[in-house]
Every structure is written in structure tokens, then in C-alpha cells.
Design a protein around this ligand. Structure first.
Ligand SMILES: [Fe+2]
Ligand SMILES: [Fe+2]
Length: 299
């Protein structure tokens, strides 16, 4: 492989029996990722103490990884150098294949469907300015699902549309609350995950997680909106708090309203079905072990 720009994660740096250092990890660009190993002393010295993903220029040979049981390929890197800070490397970040502008339009249409003025005003208040900019750019996850630029917007719109499809077949559901809850359920991810290289967790992400961060943002915004009812505030906060479904999955409370159940399952359907779309490694019959689910799926 000729020299090319990629993102590099060092996962392990160790010394061989002869005392020389080598590094192992992952290299990635929008087309995919691959394990790498490097024994080249100068290159190793440049990267062995890195603790986060960095943009690099790398070259080497692609070969079978002899430690892999399923015949995976890896890059035997013979050259690695860091790309100078400040250089635009946005082309290296994985990005949604969907049309972001189209998704923005869909999002705005969903907000417009909310009939209660204070609830609609709350959404307009939150999804504006810098928050909107980071919302439409952010990935929805660091790994596992929609972990690419534009992923949070795409996931949120798809969850809201799935939730509305469920509502269409059911009576006695507060449709406004379902739309607002779906659009806000992962808002805290704008605080939790950085949209820079590596999509690392921010301090807020480590300290609070996206559920708490989302609740704080919505609480804060609800106080600014006139005539926002106490009942709506509680219902909306409940949807955010319970959207992971149960305590083992990080929700402090389980879904206790119809609207919360709908948003939770719409979220779950979207995240699980996305596993089928994002699977790249599969056997000849289409089977693949899915890390998020922890079992085999056929894609
Ligand atoms: Fe979530
Ligand atoms: Fe979600």
C-alpha cells in the first residue's frame, strides 16, 4: 500500500524478546478499518505512547494476520508519521451516506407536526444555533451504530418516523409527546461524544452520559418557554430517562407511559436494524457475529 492518510489507534505497544518495540492497533478511513502492526523503530517511536486516535500518513503491505482465527487481513506498516495538527482531515472521518440536507428537511417537518405551541417552541429553542450545528454533525455513537458524521441526525429522524408509524396504528397516544420525545431522546449525545477524530467521549460524556446530559439540556430549555406545562415537562423528561428501556441498559427508570414505550422500541428497532446495514464481515452464507448484540445475525 502506497503512503496514504488514515486515522490510527494504538491499542498495544510492547517489547519483543530482543528488546525492540512494536505497536499494534487499528487504521481506518471512510472505506473501512483494519488491524495494523509496525516494527519500524522510527515509526514506532512516533506513535507508541499515543492514547487517542490521530491522523497519520501510513504505508506498508497488507497480509494475513497470523493471530486471527478467521483469516483477517492486517497492515504490516513500514512507515507511520503524524499529520501536523491544524491540517484539515475531515475527509478521513466516516460520514453518513444519506443526504444530510434531506434529513434536515425531514427533521424540520417533524417539528412542524407538533401541534402544542409550547412543545414546538421548546424544540425550536433547543435545535437552533450551535446546538443544531453540533446535532446535525455528531455521530450517534462512538462505535456500534451510526458512528459517523451525520449519524445522530439520521438516527433521530428515523426513530421519530418509526415511532409515528407505531402511533398511526394505536389510539390514545399523545402524538406530540412521541415526536418531541423521539427528537430529543439522544440530544445529550451532542454533549457526550466528540465529532472530532476518534469520536471520543467528552468529559461530560464520562461524567454524566447522554441521558443525564439530555435531561439537563431539556430542563434548562423548558424553563425558558412560556406556558410549558409541568405535566409535559415530566412526560418529556421521562421519555429521555427511560429510552434505554431498563436499568441494566443505563436508564434510571423503566418506561412508564405509552409514549415512552413507543420511543424506546422505535429506538431499539432502529439501532438493531442498523447492525444489519453496517455489517461488513460476513461468511459465505451471510452470517456475522454482531458485537453490539452479542450473537450471530444473517445479513
Ligand atoms: Fe440513547
Ligand atoms: Fe437512540
Amino acid at each position: 500500500m502506497e503512503r496514504q492518510e488514515m486515522i490510527l489507534w494504538v491499542q498495544k505497544s510492547s517489547q519483543s524478546a530482543n528488546g525492540s518495540w512494536f505497536v499494534r492497533g487499528l487504521v481506518e478511513d471512510p472505506s473501512g478499518s483494519m488491524g495494523f502492526i509496525c516494527f519500524n523503530a522510527e515509526s514506532v517511536a512516533r506513535v507508541k505512547d499515543l492514547t487517542s486516535a490521530v491522523p497519520v500518513v501510513v504505508s506498508g503491505q497488507i497480509q494475513a494476520d497470523r493471530y486471527s482465527q478467521d483469516g483477517k487481513l492486517q497492515l504490516l506498516a513500514d512507515f507511520i508519521d503524524l499529520i501536523a495538527p491544524g491540517k484539515d482531515v475531515s475527509h478521513l472521518l466516516p460520514t453518513t451516506t444519506k443526504d444530510i440536507e434531506e434529513y434536515k428537511k425531514k427533521f424540520i417537518k417533524l417539528v412542524a407536526q407538533v401541534k402544542k405551541p409550547p412543545l414546538r417552541e421548546l424544540l425550536g429553542e433547543i435545535f437552533s444555533g450551535e446546538r443544531w450545528e453540533s446535532f446535525v454533525r455528531n455521530p450517534a455513537a462512538k462505535r456500534f451504530h451510526h458512528a459517523y458524521i451525520g449519524g445522530l441526525l439520521e438516527h433521530t429522524v428515523d426513530v421519530a418516523e418509526t415511532a409515528l408509524a407505531i402511533v398511526a396504528s394505536m389510539p390514545d397516544i399523545d402524538r406530540d409527546m412521541v415526536i418531541a420525545g423521539a427528537l430529543l431522546h439522544d440530544l445529550g449525545k451532542t454533549e457526550e461524544i466528540s465529532s472530532e477524530i476518534g469520536f471520543s467521549y467528552t468529559d461530560s460524556g464520562h461524567l454524566m452520559g447522554h441521558i443525564t446530559a439530555g435531561v439537563l439540556l431539556v430542563e434548562d430549555a423548558a424553563r425558558q418557554v412560556q406556558y410549558f406545562s409541568e405535566a409535559d415537562r415530566k412526560s418529556l423528561i421521562h421519555i429521555i430517562l427511560s429510552h434505554h428501556g431498563d436499568r441494566e441498559k443505563g436508564s434510571p427508570v423503566c418506561c412508564a407511559t405509552r409514549e415512552a414505550v413507543i420511543v424506546h422500541y422505535a429506538d431499539e428497532i432502529n439501532a438493531v436494524l442498523q447492525q444489519f446495514d453496517e455489517t461488513t464481515d460476513k461468511d459465505a452464507q451471510g452470517w456475522s457475529f454482531n458485537k453490539m448484540l452479542g450473537y450471530m445475525i444473517r445479513v
